[in-house]
Design a protein around this ligand. Structure first.
Ligand SMILES: [Zn+2]
Length: 128
């Protein structure tokens, strides 16, 4: 199953360390204040992986965030247009509302996806 430890999906959904899937990735897992949402632990508490792989590493997460934003916008447009039969300007407002409300989660998800692209799961770090 793709939701078990060892899949990148598990690390992304649970905000866990990409290498061991045990340690927390974000400092404030459930805090959605804009100043705190992207704050990371410096190292994994379990396997000691350094989360900042290189200086400014997370600028690359912008590409992931962009892709997510486009995907979400297209999805919201299709749903509002095909299922709810909204006008074009109503669909546009729906897209903006969803993107603003989903902004914080988009920031978090894009960062954890970005580090998961570069760091592989290693089962020797799993807790016994
Ligand atoms: Zn770890």
């Amino acid at each position: 199953m793709c939701l078990t430890k060892g899949s990148k999906f598990y690390s992304i959904i649970n905000f866990k360390c990409p290498q061991c899937h045990e340690g927390d990735f974000f400092l404030h897992k459930k805090n959605w204040k804009l100043s705190k949402i992207t704050a990371l632990h410096s190292n994994c508490s379990n396997c000691n992986l350094k989360y900042m792989l290189e200086p400014s590493f997370y600028y690359g997460a912008m590409y992931v965030a962009y892709a997510l934003t486009v995907g979400i916008a297209i999805t919201v447009f299709l749903i509002s247009n095909l299922i709810f039969a909204l006008e074009l300007w109503e669909s546009f407002i729906a897209i903006i509302v969803v993107l603003i409300l989903g902004g914080p989660i988009n920031l978090k998800i894009s960062r954890i996806i970005w580090i998961n692209i570069f760091v592989k799961f290693d089962k020797k770090h799993l807790k016994k």
